[in-house]
Every structure is written in C-alpha cells, then in structure tokens.
Design a protein around this ligand. Structure first.
Ligand code: CA
Length: 717
C-alpha cells in the first residue's frame, strides 16, 4: 500500500514539476530581429504573378506596424498566368519547447493600397511538418488604412490538436482568384496561436521603476510581473515629453527593456503599458525621464560586464539562483557549466558593486544549499538540472541522464573561486565555504577512468546505461580544466600522468580523434607547430579551433601559470585568438561584415541550430559571435575593444539587449539571434574582469588544492 501511494505521489509530483515549466505562445511573427527582410520567410512565384522579396525573403516595414519595431510587407500582383505565395515560419528557439494550448490563430492585417478589395487579398493556409498545406481560409477584414485582427479558430483546422501547435511549421499567404494584374500592398503583424486561457483583462498597473542612461541606450525596468493575462509590456518614448511613440514590446517574464536610441547626450521620456492576450491595452504609466551620456572605454567595459552579469543575477532560474541554458528558453532548467561561469560573473559583479555584498551572500547561500541537495552521480552533476526538483533533466536525450564531468568542472571552477572570495567570518560566508568544500570533496574524478589503468577520463556516466556515451576526453579543446581539477582533487584525484596520457594523448587514439573532428592532420599529435597568418601555433587541432577553447578552462585557471611540455597556455591562447582575428580580416569565404572589428568564430546559436564556427573555410558559416572577440580581452585587448565598439555603436540597434550582446549574427543572411546563451554571456563579464584586474584569476590561483595540482603536473614535465 505504501508503495502504491509513493508511486501515485511520484507521478503527481513529476507531472507537477513538468507542468510548471513556462509555456510560451506558439508564434510565427511579431518582429523581425533585423530590418530589411525577415529571415524566417520564403517567397515563391510563377508567371506574371509576383511578390516583392529580397533574396526570397519578405521585406519588413518599420513605419507601418502593429507592434514595434516592424511588420511584414506583402506587395504582390495576381495575374491569370501564375501564382505567388509567402510562407512565414515558426523560428525554433532552443528550449522554447513548452507551449500554451492553441485556441485560435490570430494575426493583424493593414491594407495599404486603395484598389484592394476582399477578393484581391491572399488566402491563408497552414503548413504541416510534412510541408502539406491545410485548406485555405479567406480573409474577411477589408477596411483600408487601419489594423484589423483576423482570427481563425483552431477547431476549424482539420486534424489539428490544440495542445500540439508545433505540428504547424508555417503560415502561408497565397494569391487567389483575382487576376487584376495590379499591385496590392498589405502589411501583416503578430501572427501566433493564442490561448483563450489567461487572455485578459489585466489587473496590474504599469509603473516604471528605474531608468538608466548609457552611451546609446536607456534601460527601463518595472516590477516583476505576476499577472498571467499580460502578453506584452509596451514601451513608449518621447523626445519632448509630449509626443510619445511606441518603440518596443517586451515579454512579460523580462522586467527590463533596453531602448537603443542611437544618440549620445540626449534626454528621453518614457511610459509603459500592459497589453493582454486580446490585445487590449491598459492606461499608460506616469512618465520617467533619462538621458544617454558619453562613456569612456572603461565605462563601456563596465557596461558590457553589468549587462552580461544580469543574465545570472536577475534572470537566473528562480528557485536555485543558478543559470538557465538560454534566454528565452526553458525557464526552470539549470545548465551546470553555465552556472559555474555565472558564479564567476556574480563575483565580478559583487566586486564592481552591481549588487551589495549582502545580496551576493544571500544568493550564494541559496545556490550552495540547492547544489548540496541536488542529484549527483559519483559526486558529479548532470549537464542539466531541473531547478524545481534538483533532479537531472534529460535535455540532450535519455543517454545523457547522469554525470557530466566537464559541466561539473565548469561549475566547480566557479564554486572554488567563490569559496576563496567569501572569506568572511560570519556564519553565512562560513556556510558558503563549507558547502563548497563538501561539493568539491565528493566529486569522484578517479571513478571516471572506468578502469584503474585507463589512460583517459570519460565525459559521461548514466545510472542505468553506464558508459553508453563512452566519450574519452582528449585535447586540444575546452576540457583541459577537467584533467587539471581531477589531478588537484584532495579526495578522489587521478595521477598527474593522465594529463599526458589522456588530454595530450599522442598515440593512435588521440591522433584519430583529433583528425576526425579537425578534418586535418594538423595538430593531430596534440602539438601543431605550423604557422597560420604568420602566427605560430604550438598546440591545437587545425588552426586552433573555436575561441571557446581559450575561454572555458581559463576563467579561473590563469593560463599564464600553465606551462606543459609543449607550450605556455597564455601565449598559445593569445595566438589562437590572433589567428581567429586574422582569419576574419582575410575572410576567405567573403562573408558580409567580417573584418578587423567584427571577428570571433566560436560556438553559438545559428540561424538554424547551435554550432561551433572555426577559422577554416569549411567550418565558417558566416556567423560572428560577440563573446568570441569580447571574452578574448586578456589575449587581444586592442582587437577586442574594436569589436566591442563596432558591435555596440554600429550594430547596437539589433545586437544589444537587456543582457548585453545577443548571442550571434550573420549579416550575409541578414539574421541576428534573438537569444542569450548561458555559456556565452558570463565569459564576457569574467574575462573582461581578468583583463582589467585579474580578480577571478587571482582568487582561483590562491587555492591550495589548485596550486598542489599544478605542482604535481610540473613534476611530469
Ligand atoms: Ca511587429
């Protein structure tokens, strides 16, 4: 009987924890991240029928729009001898995989051409996952020169299940019967499946809490929103305090808006309102004023650090205080490695007084209490943790349902730096240190050799499938820290010789591994020795690989103090950063925007998926990642500062946001990521701090266990 009860409780509990993950509206369009054209659209036409496009993408309007900043423009011609169509795709965003019930499809239309009657309007169809189309819906909103809403109940869509909105991948507008062969122009905005639940009205009052001016943008904040009927916060700006214009909308789960005005030394007034799920808007808040101001290079560094820091401070997973994988994404899923990076960003933010030491201590008490109780496997954390339960979350599939010793290394790098930073004698700081020591001591590094005579450490272990992933750690890549921490462990260490037999392995296992992912034999011996762009590379596969290799292990570990048989890792990292910069200046693939002040190929969100770019033609897809250049500040201060200024002053309108720089952009494809990644924001805050003061490096390198580990490694040289 007890067993039955426990099972029922577990099922209920598991269901509840699942159900609490934030559900998004399944949306097709509210704004294009870039002006000019919308990346997630595709046009086609035949005969004399046509639809205006830019390389097959729909143009966007920044003047006629329903929600700021833009709307889709459909300028078309219906002729007897052909057809046209425009598909607007749902942009899949990492971790945005829980959706509200789709009660109806809703969009807004603005008919701008006077000669356009109902029969001249396009038909609407929904595209399924197999690219088949539903039957056509006719638009019956025919008034010119005003925004009208179109609603299609999902009950009318044959075979559609309201709780599976993702079975529809695009909304298609297509020319129909009319063959007047004249030009028509309509605008479309805010296409989404919406739910009748939590639609309206709004009970909270909009109030601006703070405004802060920076060089080219103003940050506006308001209290965290609890009213579930709020779909958007709408931001209004005025230059004179009289005429207000809506300049943006913000999601209800972010209580901040970065308004990039593009002008320095100018005063602005702001008001906000709340918009509900029926698009009804509340009254506007009282106005608040702020001004942009000129900033020195030092001010700019602080600005980038503070914005990146906020990702881990005000946008952290709410229960644990740890870092989310990406924003927007799963809201209660913690990423272990990103949390370690975030912990170091929190330390830098505390030292820079973005928060008080008391606030910081309270957060760290919460963090260490959570981690102390969270599920571990032989003392190692999983890659992803459910922030509500502390249990493993299998975001990367069922094989990855146990230990991840690389993610745990990144987490411990942060925790050990924190143990050093919180050196006070009060009970809270003592508790932080004690719990971190417990976490550090329970990590069973030696167990991850599989056998006592193994040359390698293995990345994962599953409680029910054992070594099923069986990925041995071989450098050069981001995993040096795992060998260094395993050697440094006071309780479950591995022999220092594993650094050479595993990480820097030179037998056929290591050679094959490196040649496979590098697609070249250069660097397949761990050592390289070639010169690229006039720069010598001692260690590294291909010409050094993505830049995150030079960041992840060296946010705590100061690479100045890591010299093995082959190189010094500050010098080697610096050379890899310079090769990356030189490659982007040369730009052999001729991608738009690359150059002296736009460089840094590394792992990031891409137009279609997350991948690592490298400075070689076959691994360079046109995507620049701000963290690449900016987290390289200690290695390439001049080149990194040029990139920072270019990204902020020239691209800030679309690249700068609430948590600093968006993850990546691709000017060739006129695309910019809409997300921030936990692995990419903190390295900017931390490596800028290491460049400016060496704070995290100094803290980490004071740790006796870390020093002992490096001494042991020195003896193997
Ligand atoms: Ca819009």
């Amino acid at each position: 009987m007890l067993r039955v009860k426990l099972l029922v409780y577990c099922l209920l509990f598991c269901f509840l924890s699942y159900a609490q993950e934030y559900e998004y509206n399944y949306s097709f369009f509210s704004n294009s991240s870039m002006a000019g054209s919308h990346y997630f659209s595709r046009t086609a036409n035949s005969g004399s029928s046509g639809i205006k496009n830019s390389n097959g993408k729909l143009p966007v309007s920044e003047t006629i729009l329903h929600t700021p900043g833009n709307a889709l423009q459909l300028q078309y011609r219906n002729a007897a001898d052909g057809k046209w169509q425009a598909a607007i795709y749902h942009a899949e965003i990492r971790g945005m995989d829980h959706f509200k019930k789709a009660s109806f499809l809703s969009f807004w239309i603005f008919i701008a051409s006077a000669n356009t009657s109902l029969q001249d309007l396009p038909a609407v169809q929904l595209m399924r996952q197999d690219s088949s189309l539903t039957s056509a819906y006719t638009i019956t909103a025919g008034k010119a020169n005003e925004w009208q809403r179109v609603i299609i109940p999902t009950t009318s869509i044959k075979g559609f299940k309201p709780d599976e909105p993702w079975t529809i991948i695009a909304i298609v507008f297509a020319g129909q019967k009319s063959t007047d062969n004249r030009e028509h122009t309509i605008y479309i905005d805010d296409i989404a499946f919406l739910s009748t639940d939590h639609a309206g009205p709004v009970s909270e009052l909009p109030v601006i809490a703070t405004t802060t001016g920076y060089a080219m943008h103003i940050d506006i904040t308001w209290a965290k929103i609890t009213d579930k009927n709020i779909r958007w916060v709408k931001i209004y700006r005025s230059a004179d305090g009289k005429d207000y214009r809506a300049v943006g909308v913000q999601q209800p789960y972010i209580n901040r808006y970065a308004d990039y005005t593009g002008e320095t030394g100018k005063k602005y007034f702001y008001k906000i309102s709340f918009v509900d799920g029926n698009y009804e808007e509340t009254n506007l808040s009282l106005p608040v004023a702020a001004a942009t101001r000129s900033m020195t290079d030092d001010d700019l560094l602080t600005m980038v650090q503070e914005a990146s820091f906020r990702y881990y401070w005000e946008a952290a997973e709410s229960n644990s205080g740890l870092a989310r994988e990406n924003i927007s994404g799963r809201q209660n899923m913690i990423a272990a490695g990103a949390s370690g990076f975030g912990i170091m960003a929190l330390i830098a933010g505390t030292e820079r007084k973005f928060i008080t030491r008391q606030e910081s201590v309270a957060r760290f008490v919460n963090i260490v209490n959570f981690l102390d109780k969270a599920e571990t496997f032989h003392g190692m954390y999983p890659h992803f943790i459910d922030g509500l339960t502390g249990k493993v979350e299998t975001f990367f599939g069922n094989k990855d349902n146990g230990a991840d010793i690389v993610e745990t290394s990144f987490l411990l790098q942060g925790l050990l730096a924190a143990r050093q930073y919180f050196s006070g004698n009060d009970p809270q700081e003592k508790l932080i240190r004690e719990k971190i020591t417990t976490i550090w001591k329970k990590a069973e590094w030696s167990w991850f050799r599989i056998t006592p005579d193994s040359k390698f450490l293995y990345w994962h272990w599953s409680p029910d499938q054992g070594w099923v992933i069986h990925h041995n750690l071989i450098g050069w890549n981001e995993t040096m820290i795992t060998y260094l921490l395993a050697i440094a462990s006071p309780t479950h260490s591995v022999p220092a010789r594993l650094y050479y037999s595993g990480w820097a392995n030179q037998d056929s296992t290591g050679q094959k591994y490196r040649a496979a992912w590098g697609q070249t034999k250069e660097g397949s011996m761990y050592t390289n020795g070639n010169t690229y762009f006039g720069i010598k590379l001692d260690v590294g596969v291909s010409d050094g690989g993505p830049l995150f290799f030079t960041h992840y292990s060296y946010m705590g570990y100061d690479p100045h103090f890591i010299t093995d048989r082959y190189t010094n890792y500050f010098i080697n990292n610096q050379h890899i950063a310079k090769i990356n910069h030189s490659y982007c200046v040369q730009n052999p693939n001729k991608f738009k925007g690359y150059g002296d002040s736009a460089w840094g190929l590394t792992a990031s969100d891409g137009p279609d998926t997350y991948y690592a770019d490298e400075p070689v033609v076959w691994q360079d897809h046109g995507k620049i990642t701000p963290t690449g250049a900016i987290s390289s500040f200690p290695y390439t201060p001049a080149e990194s500062m040029k990139a920072l200024k270019n990204y902020y002053f020239n691209y800030g309108k679309w690249l700068w946001g609430e948590y600093g720089f968006k993850d990546a952009f691709d000017l060739t494809n006129n695309w910019c990521s809409e997300i921030y990644m936990g692995l990419n924001q903190a390295p900017m805050a931390v490596m800028i701090e290491n460049y400016r003061t060496g704070l995290i490096w100094k803290l980490f390198m004071q740790i006796p266990d870390i020093r002992n580990g490096l001494k042991k490694l020195e003896k193997e040289k």
